[in-house]
Structure formats: C-alpha cells, structure tokens
Ligand binder design. Structure first.
Ligand code: GSH
Length: 369
C-alpha cells in the first residue's frame, strides 16, 4: 500500500502542483481520481470542504490546500527540501509560489475558457460525474459541470477590456521572460526546483500546457518553458542544487517586478477590504466567523488597463507567507537584501502590515485573534 494518497485530477491546476512535488520528493504515493463518489465518500467527510487536491498522509491525516500539504511534508520528510536555505532565495521562492498560485490563475482561466478547447476540457470535467462513459457523453455532461468555472472568468477581471492586455503581458512579457530564464537555468533558482517552481507548475501544466489552444501557443513561443514543464512532470531524478551564494538570477527580475507592480497593490487593497469586513463582525457571540470566499469587487491593473475583479481574501493567507518570512529576519539580514529589493522596487512593499491576519481553522479561513 502506498504511503500517501493524492485525491485530485489531471486537469486540476493545484493537483498538478502537488503531484509534481510528491514525485520530486520521491515519496511513495497513489493517485485517486476525484470523481463525484470520492468527493462524497472521502473529500467532504474528511476535510469539510469541496476542494481538490487532498492528500492523505501515512498517519491518516487528510490535508487540504497545497501550501499546507507542502509545509507538512517538508517537516515530516526533510530530504530534497524545496525551501532554499539562503534568505534571499527563501523569500523569492515564497514570492514565486504566491505569483504562481494566485496571479497565474488569470492566464490559466483565460486561455482555458475563452478559447475553443472543446471537447477536450469538457470531456475531462465530465469524467468527474461519469468516469466510465464514452467521451462524447462526458463532453456533454462536462459542459454543465464546467459552466460555473467558465462563469467566474469575467469576475476574475478577464473581460473584453482587459483581454488584450492580459494576452500581451502573458505572451510578450511573461512567457518571453521565462523562456529566456530557462535558456540558462533548469529551474527557477538553479539546478533543482524550489516551492516557487511548484507554484508555477500548477497553472503552466494543468491549463496552459495541457489544454490544446494554450499548449500550442506555448510550444510555438516558449519552447524552453515547455522543456521545463516536461522536467517538472517528473523531477525525481534531478540531482542539482540551488544557485550558489544565495544568488537570484537576473532573468527572474522582470517577473518579480511585475509581481510588485500589479499583484501586490491588489493584495494590499484586499487586505483593506478584509479589515473593513472584520470591523463589521459582531464579536459579542464569541464565535470566529468564517471569512467569505469573496468580498465584493476591487480594481486591479494589467498593462495600462484598469479592470474590476473579485476580492479574494484567501490570497492574503498566501501573501502572509513571504511577508512573515521577511519580517521575521533580523535587521541586518534584511539589509543584506536591500540591493535586491531596490531592484524590485519592493522595500516598502515588504514592510506592509496586514491589519487583519488570516488563519486557517478546519480548512476554513478566519481572522486571527
Ligand atoms: N489554494 C488551494 C486551491 C484549491 C482549489 O481551488 N482547487 C480547485 C481545483 S484546482 C477547486 O477545487 N475548486 C473548486 C471551487 O472553486 O469551488 C490549494 O492550493 O490547494
């Protein structure tokens, strides 16, 4: 019997992140497809929520959320760590995880749902309810199951107004920068994957490489990114190391700058919205209220365009990871990063304090007391 069980699906963004991680760590795991009956029998009873992936550990714990899963496994199985020991690389690895998990969702959702990926994507969604049915029936059922995901696309700020800017940034900037980076390095921080590689792999594999339209595009314009995706699918034989002397490759700077220019201000705005929400909660009943998944809409920018998108407080939990790490460092250690942070225009950004912090309780998010 395998030590770990992964409940997930090939077409699911975050399942890709954790599958690749389990393989890199050389852990013995079995994957179980998250069909509707697995949701009913395993996922919902053991996690209380309806998200994939879920990992069952050898001790029988069910873990939900890829960052929770990675943090736990890093403690239990320290070999082949995905967290570099140098402070700069550690910080950058967490920032890249945040960017991969939360920001790269934008192109992942855009190219999956706004291009003609029929019948491939729908057959895959249909498999959740009818795994054994012929492909054309699965595609038909999949249209219904995929509908709520497609419907959320404009609410993520992906609209007629922003699509040209999203495509310009993804194709001409992001993929071009990443393609140049992988000309020189096998992974984001050198010769082995860090947690940021797994964050990037979710969207870049499950959606942007596997889906027919974006897959063709990636093969055409970013062959080195394709080669990295293929290395990341099974990196169990990788023996390399992170770059020496805690170095951050120059080729990553444009991507990190983009994070601080576009994703970070949006997260700061999300943080204000969460503290407004927290202020309105009635503390008198002594109960911690679960934070809603969405808190209205907020502005964000991509290229020169401003659009509105959902306020998603979950992202703050991901933002806290690099922020907490940076703020836990001694002043001297922070100072040793000042050159990098000024290159990224990020010094002030990392001094940011969230008025209301987010914490997890039974796989739900609540405001830390
Ligand atoms: N941040 C979570 C996200 C999990 C997640 O959003 N999973 C998607 C599938 S890839 C899902 O289950 N979505 C269902 C929904 O949004 O209701 C993680 O890292 O595991």
């Amino acid at each position: 019997m395998a030590n770990y069980t992964l409940y997930g699906a090939e077409f699911s963004l975050y399942s890709g992140k954790i599958r690749s991680y389990l393989r890199y760590k050389r852990l013995d795991y079995a994957e179980v497809f998250s069909s509707i009956s697995i949701y009913k029998k395993i996922i919902v009873p053991n996690t209380g929520v309806k998200f994939i992936p879920v990992v069952k550990t050898p001790k029988g714990d069910y873990l939900q959320d890829t960052s929770v899963i990675i943090d736990r496994i890093e403690q239990d199985e320290p070999q082949r760590s995905v967290i570099p020991s140098g402070n700069k690389q550690h910080l950058v690895a967490l920032l890249l995880e945040l960017y991969g998990d939360e920001w790269l969702l934008i192109p992942a959702m855009h190219y999956r749902w706004n291009y003609d990926n029929f019948p491939f994507v729908y057959q895959e969604f249909g498999g959740i309810v009818a795994p054994k049915m012929p492909a054309f029936i699965r595609a038909f059922i999949g249209k219904r199951i995929g509908a709520p995901f497609k419907k959320v696309v404009p609410k993520l700020g992906i609209t007629a107004k922003s699509i040209p800017a999203i495509e310009h940034w993804y194709e001409k900037e992001f993929l071009a920068d990443l393609n140049r980076h992988f000309e020189q390095h096998d992974f984001l921080l050198g010769g082995r994957p860090c947690i940021g590689d797994f964050g990037f792999f979710g969207p870049l594999y499950a959606h942007l490489y596997r889906d027919p339209c974006s897959g063709q595009l990636m093969k055409k314009i970013a062959p080195n990114v394709v080669a990295w995706v293929e290395r990341m699918q099974d990196a169990s034989n990788v023996q390399g190391d992170f770059l020496a002397d805690d170095a951050i490759p120059d080729s990553l700077l444009p991507i990190l700058r983009h994070l601080f220019k576009h994703q970070w201000p949006m997260l700061q705005h999300t943080s204000e919205r969460l503290s407004e929400w927290a202020d309105q909660q009635d503390e008198s009943d002594g109960q911690e209220a679960a934070i809603p998944r969405r808190l209205g809409m907020q502005p964000f920018t991509i290229g020169e365009i401003e659009e509105q998108r959902l306020v998603m407080p979950y992202s703050l939990w991901m933002m806290q990871r690099p922020l907490d790490f940076y703020q836990s460092l001694e002043t001297e250690q922070q100072q040793s990063m000042s050159e990098l942070l000024s290159q990224l225009d990020a010094k002030q950004a990392l001094d940011f304090t969230l008025k209301s912090r987010v914490t997890r309780h039974n796989n739900q998010f609540v405001v830390e007391q």
